[in-house]
Design a binder for this molecule. Structure first.
Ligand SMILES: [Zn+2]
Length: 272
């Protein structure tokens, strides 16, 4: 039975991994030699693969490398098979569970950035169909960054959590999941430095109305003088008059630091 182009495309990854039988390989190569469409598609895929192959994996433990390679292999395969709904995000989430104290999380961001750059460079020379694929990949990379950031926020180490917070700047369109996670961190993280970094990250997202509302609601939840002062500064910077009532409520707290009290009174005066 003669195979059609779609069926040959399914063999791309096997071909590139030398997993075809000798007979299959001969047939495959014969088809490619005579089919412009498949040849282009195959060349494009080989380019993507070589981009991935060039990526440096910055010194993860041997253990980790194996897992990452396995993940990448699955990723490549998924791309090759053009699965409608493959979710590398889930795989990543699983990896995080296996290795919650993964120390080199940031290397993955570097890798992902090179991923994205690679795809953009590559994108310039592709046709419509591959364009779609690449767009899907780009959005997967975006999703991945987000997953990584969310996972880092759960990390037991405060410095890793701060790193997670700082990744927010990588995320172009912070969605509800990210914003919720940041507020959970701002309002509940045991570490003051993590909360301060989170406040900073959220300030950069203040164009979102729900972020402003969340910040205002957070005023009375902060019990650290450092945070109370910082959030007063943020509200001044944003000229957020909606925060006045929350500050007035904060002033009612009995054990409020005297320095904070002065600053809050001043803030209220400057806002109204
Ligand atoms: Zn073909």
């Amino acid at each position: 039975m003669k195979m059609n182009c779609a069926q040959y495309e399914e063999e791309f990854s096997s071909y590139m991994n030398n997993q075809l039988t000798a007979a299959q390989q001969v047939e495959f190569e014969q088809h490619i030699a005579g089919c412009e469409g498949c040849l282009q598609e195959l060349t494009a895929m080989q380019q993507v693969w070589s981009l991935m192959g060039d990526m440096e994996v910055p010194e993860p433990g041997a253990h980790m490398e194996v897992k990452f390679e396995a993940m990448l292999a699955t990723f490549k395969q998924s791309v090759a098979e053009k699965k409608a709904s493959f979710s590398i995000k889930e795989q990543f989430a699983r990896l995080w569970q296996w290795q919650p104290k993964w120390p080199l999380a940031y290397s993955f961001v570097i890798i992902l950035i090179s991923f994205s750059c690679g795809y953009w460079v590559f994108k310039g020379s592709t046709t419509g169909k591959q364009d779609e694929q690449l767009q899907a990949l780009t959005s997967q990379v975006h999703e991945l960054k987000q997953t990584m950031m969310l996972a880092l926020l759960e990390n037991p180490s405060a410095s890793e959590r701060i790193r997670g917070v700082s990744y927010t700047s990588e995320i172009k369109h912070a969605d509800k999941e990210v914003i919720d996670a940041l507020f959970a961190t701002l309002n509940n993280d045991p570490n003051v430095n993590v909360r301060l970094s989170t406040l900073d990250a959220l300030t950069h997202l203040a164009a979102h109305p729900e972020v402003r509302q969340g910040l205002i609601a957070s005023i009375v939840q902060q019990d650290s003088p450092l945070l109370q002062l910082a959030i007063a500064d943020v509200m001044l910077k944003l000229q957020e008059k909606g925060s006045v009532n929350s500050f007035k409520q904060l002033l009612k707290q009995k054990d409020l630091n005297p320095g904070v009290k002065d600053k809050i009174k001043q803030t209220i005066t400057q806002l109204i």
